[in-house]
Design a protein around this ligand. Structure first.
Ligand SMILES: Cc1cc2nc3c(=O)[nH]c(=O)nc-3n(C[C@H](O)[C@H](O)[C@H](O)COP(=O)(O)OP(=O)(O)OC[C@H]3O[C@@H](n4cnc5c(N)ncnc54)[C@H](O)[C@@H]3O)c2cc1C
Length: 376
């Protein structure tokens, strides 16, 4: 029995599942080995509307509710969490943030091309010296005439090497500000691509802003000093999304381990018969179910605009689901024994991919700080 999904949500889940298995799965190994995103997947995703999941229908997207968006992330994450991250950074961190916070002019200018996939997006908050302490970021924006001049460096930015449009956070005249920056604005440069342990199909890199000239109409929302509010609202949804991707990886790892445990024989019988293996599989199934319920509940609260409860749940689900994925993928490797450590089976990739989830979008420690803050 699947949560309380609507017929549309079930159909979306099924469509994404079929797409991921048919179109993405054949490239997963190559993308992981060669650390690259295959552009053909982007092209194939366009007609299905997956790239516009964060954009409202009136601007050419397919956003209905955030639970649906999360289910798409989960299904993609089951097959390739790197591809899911690429789509999430584009559709959620960039496009959805614009949809929620932009002026009408900005929405009309940027959302249709992001929704169709004609343009790719990313979001740059993190800097070399500002990670968990994001508010200490040092990128500056100075107003000169009818432009803002941005200076600074962003790092660990998903999609930076391929993005046409970047949402950039900077210390502006009235406090923290967000800017919609196009890659061909003078002074914008996608810096070096970074090599990673996992999520290797997701291109990650730096953004260098050197006297980057941004027209004043590209200040997100049109009012200076709104960056903090825009950042926090974005982070809550991002946390749910990361939870969904983590659930997808863990689900794939659990299913692989369960199947293998029934096929692999030692001491004349399937290893599934051993109680210590059953103990692991039982725990994995419960952990997965608990993470799903927490995350789906949070997304449902968000969709019902019950933001106060949803904010706490965003931190709780991010903390639990992402740590759960590390535990479950680790147990999956263990159940596979030596084969689990070999590239021949996908479980070692699941484990490498899962490891980033308690780090990105606010580490587990940061989630605990947030939860404790709400408990005061
Ligand atoms: C693959 C990947 C993709 C990413 N994509 C993006 C993106 O698209 N856009 C973007 O802006 N950023 C992105 N990030 C950055 C990500 O959000 C940061 O890595 C994350 O916020 C942690 O910051 P940090 O890496 O600087 O770690 P640090 O903040 O240096 O933390 C190091 C350690 O110290 C701990 N720590 C820090 N402060 C405290 C505290 N107060 N109490 C207890 N422990 C603490 C942390 O929990 C962690 O264990 C990405 C990162 C990765 C790895």
């Amino acid at each position: 029995m699947d949560f309380d999904f609507t017929e549309e949500q079930r159909m979306l889940k099924e469509t994404v599942r079929r797409f991921a298995e048919k179109e993405i799965a054949p490239y997963v190994e190559e993308m992981d080995r060669e650390e690259k995103f295959i552009e053909a997947l982007w092209e194939k995703s366009k007609p299905l509307g997956f790239l516009g999941m964060g954009v409202p229908v009136e601007y050419g997207g397919m956003l209905t509710d955030y639970l649906s968006f999360g289910l798409m992330g989960e299904e993609l994450g089951k097959v390739d969490a790197g591809v899911a991250t690429t789509y999430g950074a584009h559709g959620l961190l960039c496009a959805n943030n614009i949809a929620r916070n932009a002026t009408e002019y900005q929405r009309k200018t940027y959302l249709p091309a992001l929704a169709s996939g004609e343009k790719k997006g990313c979001m740059g908050l993190t800097e070399p010296g500002a990670g968990s302490d994001a508010l200490s970021l040092r990128t500056t924006a100075k107003k000169v005439g009818n432009e803002y001049i941005l200076n600074g460096t962003k790092t660990f930015i998903s999609n930076a090497p391929i993005a046409d449009i970047a949402l950039i956070y900077a210390q502006g005249p009235g406090g923290l500000c967000t800017f919609i920056v196009e890659k061909n604005f003078p002074g914008y440069e996608a810096g070096k691509k970074l090599s990673k342990m996992g999520l290797r199909s997701s291109p990650t890199g730096e953004i260098i802003l050197q006297d980057c000239r941004v027209p004043e109409e590209n200040l997100l929302g049109g009012v200076e000093g709104q960056g903090l509010k825009q950042m926090f609202s974005g982070l809550d949804v991002e946390r749910f999304m990361w939870s969904c991707l983590a659930i997808g990886i863990a689900q794939a790892a659990f299913e692989a381990a369960l199947k293998y445990s029934k096929e692999r024989e030692q001491f004349g019988q399937p290893i599934f018969n051993f109680e210590m293996i059953q103990d692991k599989l039982a725990t994995m199934s419960v952990e997965l179910e608990a993470a799903k319920l927490l995350t789906y509940k949070g997304l449902t609260c968000w969709d019902k605009k019950n933001y106060k409860e949803a904010r706490m749940l965003a931190a709780q689900s991010k903390m639990y689901a992402c740590e759960m994925a590390v535990r479950v993928t680790g147990w999956a490797v263990h159940i596979f024994g030596g084969y689990g450590y070999m590239k021949e089976y996908p479980v070692e990739r699941y484990m490498r991919d899962a490891k980033v989830f308690p780090i990105g979008a606010g580490t587990t420690e940061v989630q605990k700080l947030i939860i404790a803050h709400y408990l005061r």
